[in-house]
Design a protein around this ligand. Structure first.
Ligand SMILES: [Zn+2]
Length: 258
């Protein structure tokens, strides 16, 4: 958390404010980010604000500033006062400021001439490549889906929801899916992400996520399995089960995921 839909939501909300605008100053309020703040060459015009996987990418005239929000980070646009919470960094424009708020201080900011991390493909479009990419892998499907070098942007929540929607057990080896199942999974991933972006992301019970305007996401009310241990599956009524995979909770319905 936040995953692709949350990052995409913040980027879409902030983009109109900063695209083409002049970034005047970058201020760190956390020693861990001082180095990054000093390396941003200012003033500079913003060429683009985008997203790649779970990274926010701010492209200036000569650099790329990448922000990874990790567990509790978020970006807030404000033309008035700073938002509540622990502000670790400020990107100051003439018309307002993008605040990097991050209670747990796990988020990261990197500055360079290019964006370096090697990420897998984005989970949009027809995803015709997915069944072939899964072939031959013995890793449990959910862990495969969360591997950012395979497919970029999915985390614990949306990987579990996509597996449920596709009716596939997330513990199965990724390479065991038939072509039909692979195609069903591709559609499920795309639909889950589209819906979550429409809902402006998910705010879990910890309340950590807010969008760039400070509002709550809405997809948590549409989750079928994530965080719903013991509750009936909305498709078949079987109680949702929680299992641990790779040290993290996975939720699935033993009734309709096989
Ligand atoms: Zn079910």
């Amino acid at each position: 958390m936040p995953e692709l839909p949350e990052v995409e939501t913040m980027v879409r909300q902030i983009r109109p404010h900063v695209r083409g605008a002049v970034l005047r100053r970058v201020v760190a309020h956390d020693p861990l980010l001082e180095d990054a703040a000093e390396r941003v060459r200012v003033p500079t015009r913003v060429r683009a604000l985008g997203r790649r996987g779970k990274y926010v990418l701010l492209r200036t005239e000569a650099q790329v500033v990448s922000v990874h929000l990790r567990m509790s980070g978020r970006l807030v646009w404000s033309s008035a006062r700073p938002p509540e919470g622990r502000v670790r960094m400020e990107f100051v424009f003439s018309g307002g400021t993008v605040y990097f708020v991050d209670t747990r201080r796990l988020g990261m900011v990197e500055v360079g001439e290019r964006f370096r991390p090697r990420l897998g493909r984005e989970p949009f479009g027809e995803l015709r490549w997915l069944p072939r990419a899964l072939a031959g892998s013995r890793r449990p499907l959910k862990l495969w889906l969360m591997d950012q070098s395979r497919i970029a942007g999915l985390g614990n929540i949306y990987a579990a929801e996509a597996c449920h929607r596709a009716g596939i057990d997330p513990r199965r080896p990724a390479g065991s899916l038939s072509r039909t199942e692979g195609a069903r999974l591709a559609r499920a991933i795309r639909d889950v992400l589209d819906e979550a972006i429409d809902e402006k992301g998910s705010t879990l019970r910890d309340g950590g996520y807010r969008d760039a305007r400070g509002a709550l996401g809405g997809f948590q009310f549409r989750m079928a399995v994530y965080g719903r241990e013991g509750h009936p599956c909305p498709r078949c009524g079987t109680p949702v089960q929680r299992v641990v995979q790779g040290g993290r909770s996975t939720y699935l319905c033993p009734g309709c995921q096989s």
